[in-house]
Design a protein around this ligand. Structure first.
Ligand code: GAR
Length: 199
């Protein structure tokens, strides 16, 4: 059983797509807690509307990085989290948290990595860069998280065409629609693999 913590910063549409897929398709996974670094992010109220505990935790609430890290690790243990999904989390996850969950943290990125990744490449910046580069295709990537931005092993990608008159906004909408398919598909696959191993 995957006991998932979602880390996010924004509206939470990927969280919602995943939660709906878990409930409808009944694969062996559950989102047990949502953590956002942003007190005004839509995901906090959205998660509560699904009855899922949602917490605002930001580095700024702590006097140093160690307290912040210990607080997050404590929450993850309390909710028996064994898998972390970064779904629109605009911060780098603390390196010690990454080391605590080897091969158990994934991220969804709104482009076809290894292109259009790295520091500063998030949200609309990514789509603007893809359109400016006159790419013929873009898409979504789900990958494992390691200590380098967007460089962990790729698990799956889903492509979309970039039309000649594409705008960053129209591309964002197209990519988001495939993100909502890709993330549940990957979690379903990983949870079933995990279940077979009897974990
Ligand atoms: C998604 O498009 C996700 O790929 C992107 O933020 C959006 C969050 O949307 N993530 C990144 O850019 C991370 N590098 P959501 O809050 O509606 O799920």
């Amino acid at each position: 059983m995957l006991n998932i913590a979602i880390f996010a910063s924004g509206r939470g549409s990927n969280f919602e797509a995943l939660q709906r897929a878990i409930v409808e398709q009944k694969f062996p996974a559950a989102i047990v807690v949502v953590i956002s670094n942003n007190s005004s992010s839509g995901i906090l109220t959205l998660a509560q509307s699904f009855g899922i505990p949602a917490l605002h935790i930001s580095q700024r609430q702590f006097s140093d990085a160690n307290y912040f890290r210990q607080n997050i690790l404590g929450i993850l243990r309390a909710f028996k989290v064994n898998f972390i999904v970064l779904a629109g989390y605009m911060k780098m996850l603390d390196a010690e948290i990454i080391r605590e969950y080897p091969d158990r943290i994934i991220n969804i990125h709104p482009a076809l990595l290894p292109k259009f990744g790295g520091e500063g490449m998030y949200g609309m910046n990514v789509h603007r860069a893809v359109v400016d580069a006159h790419e013929k295709e873009s898409g979504a990537t789900v990958h494992y998280v390691n200590e380098a931005y967007d460089e962990g092993k790729i698990i799956a990608q889903q492509r979309v065409d970039v039309s000649p008159n594409e705008t960053p906004e129209s591309l964002a909408a197209k990519v988001l629609a495939v993100e909502h398919q890709l993330l549940p598909r990957v979690i379903k696959m990983l949870s079933e693999k995990n279940w077979e191993k009897g974990k």
